[in-house]
Design a protein around this ligand. Structure first.
Ligand code: FMN
Ligand code: MN
Length: 455
């Protein structure tokens, strides 16, 4: 199994030529890349897109890489059905990273005075975007107390040659590390890497406790240590086989306008005063490939974020309700849980466990085991026929959530909601669902009564 992005791309293109689209015609990074993806999604086609020529940059661009579970699963050599097992196995069997002394990303280095973000094919996706953005950058940063590294994705807004605004959700781990450095009055060194093997993205999107090691999970997913280099300018770690790495620092007590940016929530989130990254150097592989993740509500963002989120939430809710059946994230900030309710109060235990495990969650619906949680019509039917609002809705005001929800208060303080859509008191004592007897359904041949070809 290849352990870097270009190895994976070559293998995927060979095995699935119809799902890999090379585009030779020059494309404009302003709006055109988003327009092409939007139109393709309308036709339900989701190939990996490889743009050989992007206006204004020498670097080719790969995008839509995580648009289907199949693509990500094949990068790990597993069946898409096995994601949850594989992910939780990696969380349980972490492999610590290995610091190596050299790696492909060191093939070219551009120093502090020459570095220019404009050489990267940063994209502008939607009318509401404040500037070109880097969206597929994975940030590594070290906690000043424990020395542990955190990995996360954070959007970067182009400001000038060597400066970019960074969006760190208040309450998430990178923001906590930055706050700890800021309390000490020190700049936070970070690395931003683009173009990693998909296992890095799955690991970075882990939503565990502060201090849990995403790098260890990446190792678990890769089946061997994540290889990292220590930057000699900033002292921070970065992936040795990334396509592109930016080393930089985030200055303390400095805030500038960042945003708006059209987000996965479906909205351009308002401007905020946010920290700024000063880029100190750029490392690149020869013929580096720039990775892009189209901003907004596109398949890629939703698919890649949902895999680790569902695995993590499954684990957390299972800890509270042993008879958990399944979890499903159908839309931003939303979760549906099915349980086999044995005791009163278990739907509430499930929703509290889920809301505590993932800060971004805002609404949770709990249903019984007879409901297909991937079928939203069935879920809404359960809400319509098993819920009394004054009895079954849990409302928790004043909780931290995502500031990307435009209905939230200042920087993401919001009211969270759980809906207990299980039958009361139990499914077994609830009116029976309409059902023709099983033996009749199985024994009856429709063709004996109806000529289907004529209908
Ligand atoms: C493409 C993509 C872009 C993201 N951009 C941001 C961002 O700009 N800011 C942010 O706080 N989280 C962003 N996230 C979500 C975080 O990366 C994610 O919540 C991660 O688990 C946070 O890491 P942590 O749990 O260590 O805090 C993004 C996720 C994806 C998939
Ligand atoms: Mn973390």
């Amino acid at each position: 199994m290849p352990k870097d992005l270009r190895g994976f791309l070559a293998e995927y293109e060979r095995a699935n030529p119809k799902e890999f689209c090379r585009i030779k015609k020059e494309v404009d990074p302003k709006y055109e890349v988003a327009a092409i993806l939007t139109k393709l999604e309308e036709t339900r086609k989701l190939p990996i897109l490889f743009y050989e020529k992007v206006k204004g940059s020498d670097l080719p661009v790969v995008t839509n890489l995580y648009s289907t579970k199949k693509k990500i699963a094949s990068s790990l050599g597993i069946d898409p059905q096995k994601f949850r097992d594989k992910y939780l196995e990696a969380v349980e069997n972490q492999i610590p990273p290995e610091i190596v002394s050299d790696g492909p990303v060191m093939e070219e280095t551009i120093g502090e005075h020459d570095v220019d973000l404009k050489t990267l094919p940063m994209m502008t996706y939607h009318e509401g975007d404040a500037a070109p953005y880097i969206t597929a950058g994975m940030v590594l940063a070290e906690d000043p107390e424990t020395g542990k590294y955190n990995a996360s994705f954070n959007r970067l807004m182009y400001k000038s040659r060597n400066r970019a605004g960074i969006f760190m959700t208040v309450g998430k781990h990178l923001h906590e590390i930055y706050s700890r450095m800021e309390e000490r009055g020190k700049p936070l060194p970070i690395s931003v890497s683009l173009g990693n093997h998909p296992a890095w993205a799955l690991g970075a999107l882990y939503i565990g406790a502060y201090g849990d090691s995403e790098l260890g999970i990446i190792g678990g997913l890769l089946g061997g240590p994540a290889e990292v280099l220590r930057g000699n300018l900033t002292g921070t770690l970065f992936p040795a086989a990334a396509e592109i790495v930016l080393e930089g620092v985030v200055e303390p007590h400095l805030r500038e306008e960042e945003g708006p940016f059209c987000e996965f929530s479906g909205y351009a989130t308002g401007k905020g005063l946010r920290p700024v990254v000063t880029v100190k150097s750029m490392h690149l592989r020869k013929k580096a490939i720039y990775q892009d993740i189209c901003g907004g509500q596109h398949r890629e963002h939703l698919v890649m974020a949902t895999i680790p989120m569902e695995a993590n939430l499954y684990k957390s809710v299972k800890g509270a309700v042993p008879t958990l059946i399944d979890v499903h994230v159908p839309a931003p900030f939303s979760l549906i849980i099915s349980i086999k309710k044995r005791f009163q109060g278990q739907a509430q235990s499930a929703m509290i466990a889920a809301l505590s495990a993932e800060m971004y969650l805002k609404q949770v619906i709990v249903v019984d085991e007879d409901i297909d949680i991937t079928n939203l019509q069935e879920v809404i039917w359960a809400v319509a026929t098993r819920v009394q609002a004054d009895r079954d809705i849990l409302i928790i005001p004043g909780v931290r959530g995502s500031s990307l929800d435009p209905s939230s208060g200042a920087e993401g303080v919001m009211t969270k909601m759980g809906i207990d859509a299980t039958a009361k008191p139990f499914l077994s004592s609830f009116p029976k669902r309409n059902k023709v007897p099983k033996e009749v359904m199985e024994g009856l041949k429709l063709e004996a009564y109806v000529n289907l070809d004529k209908l």
